[in-house]
Ligand binder design. Sequence first.
Ligand code: ADP
Length: 507
Amino acid sequence: MRPEPASPERLLILAPTGRDAPLAAEVLGCAAIECAICDDAEEAAARIAEGAGALLVAEEALLPSAVRELAIAIAAQEPWSDLPVIVFSSRGATADPIGFAERLARLGNVTLVERPLHRPTLVSVVRAALRARRRQYTAREVLVRLEAAIRQRDGFLALLGHELRNPLSAIQMAADLASVGADPARHVQVVRRQSHQLARLVDDLLEVSRVTAGKITLRRAPVDVQRLVERCAELQALSAGAQGVDVRFSTGPPLWTIGDPTRLEQVVSNLLSNAMKYTPRGGHVLVSVEAAGPDALIRVRDDGIGISANDLERIFEPFVQIDAALDRARGGMGLGLTLVQTLARAHGGDVRVASAGPGRGSEFTVHLPIAPTVQPTSPDERLAVPARDVLLVEDNDDVRLALSEALALHGHKVRAAPDGPTGLALAHQAAPEIAFVDIGLPQMDGYEVARHLREEHGRRPYLVALTGYGRPEDRDLAREAGFDLHLTKPVDMLRVHEILLGAGRGA
Ligand code: ADP
């Protein structure tokens, strides 16, 4: 039979002569303190190594050889551990008080109590020792968690270095090749693709650190979950075709929740892009929304590579990737699902995953509480994908031109200005529905432009700050200046498109 595992709370008693040990065990047993009597110092040392709450030892047992044995066991404890040792002594029993004091010192954390000892005193001394020991155990748990976090962080930094180096070296090479005139158009493509990848990494990182530190503010509004999911599925379907994956959305009646539409879109888009990433060509992704009791359930099902039972819970932890080499090759860092889970929980919901195993697809389900009675002010507005009147204030000629063209391509009416005063003059002629304003502008910075726009046009224009800084304090500054949204550069066109779909209805 296997021996019982040693309880780290038990009190070891070493009192080999007389009746002290059984008596103490009886008294303490009545006070529900678990005791283990040791026959000699060797046994006590072995039990200390297994784990103990404290050691109660009679003075007579502390012969020099026993002290040596116990001192070795005590010294071998881990750095967090300081085993409490209670020594019973008898007044005047020690012939050599100095030698005795030295022996006690070798045992470390010693409390000396004199016999005869009343029962309540014994119980309280032992309880105090065990309580102190429990605090040490708590400290150990904190240390273990910290060590694990440090290991995870180090692993992550190594991964991050690797992840950043890959696109950077591709960009460097493409720039070198383009500068010597070798097929510049192709190299520009490489730079664009790789810098997009870099920007996503940085965005994800900033986002995860903000969300996990609880520093996001949800801008809550009534959201039709059906509509929101449908929009995300439509956007995803645009790129799904090229990847040979069929994305379908099965529609249903409106289901309202109170949430931050931008964040909820982030949740759904992350699940959708994962489903596409982990589904080979010819595969299918099915998205649906249904009511289940008090919740709206968003289901994202794929018939892709699936997930083994062991990995199902793990995948929500930060930086976890089932097959790191493979997953990284697919452009991930193991942060997406952490974000999804944190955001779903911040909305009073959650996310779950199910899979029949490798090769058998996966299903992610997001639960969101249904809002009891929500009357959208203008539901039709939410259904339409309107052409917007957009003002763009950006001093970088390339960015201004590229963004204007991209917006015009989607049918939006774009007025562009290279600086704040010109932008304000355009807005004065006719108030835009949406303004994208760069923060680092010459003469008048973007914050000032936003303040003027708000002064002249009130809440009407939906104001989006464009900046290279994604820190929380930058977002706060933008919000204070009157911006509705803060977008880090380089601008992701998919995100801009989402904003244009959502702006004007609290997105
Ligand atoms: P990543 O950026 O690597 O995709 P995520 O946090 O989004 O990170 O996902 C964590 C891991 O979960 C992924 O690396 C992948 O191994 C697994 N995973 C996520 N979604 C799916 C899916 N739909 N099918 C199979 N595996 C998935």
